[in-house]
Design a protein around this ligand. Structure first.
Ligand code: ZN
Length: 274
């Protein structure tokens, strides 16, 4: 399987101690598989979001995140630029349905969309109890009625001590959900087996925002990103507990598992495809 790391949505510029200043990213993966065609992990901002942001994104999000809105960064355009037909994207695996993760869905209307059932329910019934619902979940992103494949948590399947939801329906490649709650109702990480490199990738979505949060030796938050994380969270104790679990994963299995999140530009820069 060939793995491409693509940024499908630059946002405001941020800086951190010891790091250069960079635009926050929407870190997505495009997987070239042997039997499942192309699989997109996360979809970033879509073509409608970057051409008419005022129609599909919320005002609050535009203010907070300051999306750059570059059409060339959308998954659709990057899939084409890599020489593929967007119709070959047969599966999209999502950590959650926040607007900056689900925005690309309408650009791949025939793909099957895999995610946790609790997230699907929360987003499609929004606005619900949480005041952030209207800001984060945007019905324009699923107005085309995607082919949803929602999953309930499964007992007994474990991956490095985390619950795993595997296999994904109709997906032969080792790509599956690892529920990591706290940010949204049904937030999940996505595990991908990179057999060629004999390692795993764990895309943590918004389970954390800044690499310092999962640094086992020097855990620290990013002041600005932490404010955004707290505004958006639905369960702080669960979110914080998951940081501790991820630090343990990195400490014990850092050689076997590469852990990264959706928006940290310094993690994205490791993969050299800015
Ligand atoms: Zn996000």
């Amino acid at each position: 399987m060939r793995i491409h790391h693509i940024n499908c949505g630059s946002m405001r510029e941020i800086t951190a101690d010891g790091c250069d200043s960079r635009h926050a990213v929407c870190h997505c993966l495009l997987l070239e598989t042997d039997r499942d065609g192309l699989i997109l992990v996360e979809s970033g901002l879509g073509t409608a979001d970057v051409t008419t942001p005022e129609r599909t994104l919320s005002e609050e999000f535009i203010g907070r995140a300051q999306p750059v809105c570059d059409l060339d960064e959308t998954a659709l355009h990057q899939v084409r630029k890599l020489g593929f037909d967007p119709a070959d994207v047969r599966h999209i695996v999502l950590t959650h349905l926040d607007l900056d993760h689900a925005g690309g869905l309408p650009d791949f209307p025939d793909a099957r969309v895999h995610l946790m059932e609790a997230e699907h329910r929360a987003a499609l019934s929004a606005p619900g109890a949480h005041p952030e619902d209207r800001v984060r979940y945007r019905p324009a992103h699923w107005a085309h009625r995607p082919d949803w494949v929602p999953y309930s948590p499964r007992l007994g399947e474990s991956w490095f001590g985390f619950d795993a939801v595997r296999p994904l329906d109709g997906v032969d490649a080792e790509v599956f959900l690892v529920p990591l709650g706290g940010h949204t109702a049904g937030h999940s990480a996505v595990a991908v087996r990179d057999a060629d490199a004999d390692r795993w990738l764990l895309h943590c979505g918004d389970a954390y925002y800044f690499h310092g949060e999962i640094d086992p030796d020097n855990p620290r938050v990013h002041p600005e990103m932490n404010i955004l994380a707290q505004v958006a969270e639905v369960d702080r104790p669960l979110r914080i507990a998951n940081h501790a679990r991820l630090r343990e994963l990195v400490r014990q299995h850092g050689a076997e598992v590469e852990v990264f999140s959706a928006h940290d530009p310094w993690e994205f820069a490791r993969y050299g495809e800015m």
